[in-house]
Design a protein around this ligand. Structure first.
Ligand SMILES: O=C(O)[C@H](O)[C@H](O)COP(=O)(O)O
Ligand SMILES: [Mg+2]
Length: 298
């Protein structure tokens, strides 16, 4: 049974088990541009206790560089090496696993600057994405219908500017069987302040359905992302805890990786969702919010 953190002793006992914490971002640290209560204090406290902090987000709209700027706005100094985003995971997958041949080395992006920037970082040329010409209404005269024969893959992720034009051109590439199909992540929804919005998975599902294809999904819970994080930071997974707000991505990612798990209720899930699960599928711990760690220790 999942244990709720409600007292100082419980928090101390929880913290004593782990040296490394992997934090999901949307719904755990912040909701869009709103930082959640006592998050800064909690992260600062954990750092002062000598804990290693790593940030693992499925939100592909920003690159690791752009995330460092977002952290900075909240007064938190976090390096790009401490951040793993699904845009980065997808770029690394393309570069190291999918290995596109030279003549098919470009990528069509259904998504935002995070994906474009991470692809550029690993030396991959991208098309589509944030190109403003795609904001225009789709017609059969679209210049993008002249497909680039050098495109060898589609990467699809969260895109708040998604429209019929972008979906239509993405489909044209996906109808080519030799073009690989990569999804940054599978989240059906994500939390914003006061509302739940359609997530990357809901957008990707549209072109997956139209093309009859299933993408390789690179973000949480894919354990390739976990292995990349462990390879970079070299921590003991048994002494690490995944903190998240979603069961089928964050908690599965932690559980499958052999980490401890803490679910916070500031994003997607509710306490009823936890209790509806088999004991073996429940997170080890849950809390109303991440900031409870700081508040309960006072
Ligand atoms: O739809 C998305 O891309 C995701 O729901 C979302 O942004 C998740 O981000 P995370 O909670 O992993 O930080
Ligand atoms: Mg989240």
């Amino acid at each position: 049974m999942s244990q709720k953190l409600t007292t100082k002793q419980e928090v101390e006992q929880f913290l004593s088990q782990y040296d490394t914490f992997l934090f999901d971002c949307d719904g755990v640290l912040w909701l869009g541009t709103h930082i959640l209560p006592k998050v800064v204090e909690t992260l600062t406290l954990l750092r002062s206790l000598g804990k290693k902090l790593i940030f693992v987000t499925n939100n592909s709209t920003k690159s690791r560089r752009e995330y460092t700027q977002k952290f900075e706005k909240f007064g938190l100094t976090v390096t790009a090496e401490e951040i793993f985003g699904s845009a980065f995971a997808s770029a690394v997958y393309l570069k190291n696993v999918a290995k596109l041949p030279k003549e098919k080395s470009k990528v069509w992006v259904l998504g935002q600057s995070g994906i474009e920037e991470e692809l550029a970082e690993v030396g991959i040329e991208s098309l589509g994405g944030s190109n403003q010409a795609l904001d225009e209404e789709f017609t059969t005269e679209s210049p993008f219908l002249k497909l680039d024969p050098e495109v060898g893959a589609v990467i699809a992720g969260l895109d708040t500017k998604v429209n019929y034009h972008r979906l239509a051109i993405t489909l044209q590439y996906l109808l080519q069987p030799d073009v690989k199909f990569i999804a940054t992540n599978i989240d059906s929804t994500y939390p914003q302040k006061g509302m739940i919005l359609p997530g990357a998975g809901s957008i990707i599902e549209s072109v997956a359905f139209a093309s009859g294809r299933t993408p390789v999904a690179c973000g949480k819970p894919n354990q390739a992302m976990m292995e990349a994080i462990v390879a970079q930071h070299g921590f003991d997974k048994k002494r690490a805890c995944m903190v998240g707000d979603r069961l089928n991505t964050d908690m599965k990612f932690g559980r499958d990786g052999g980490l401890g798990t803490l679910l916070v209720l500031t994003g997607i899930e509710t306490v009823d969702k936890i209790h509806a699960l088999e004991a073996s599928e429940q997170p080890l711990y849950f809390a109303d919010k991440l900031g409870d760690i700081f508040e309960l220790l006072q």
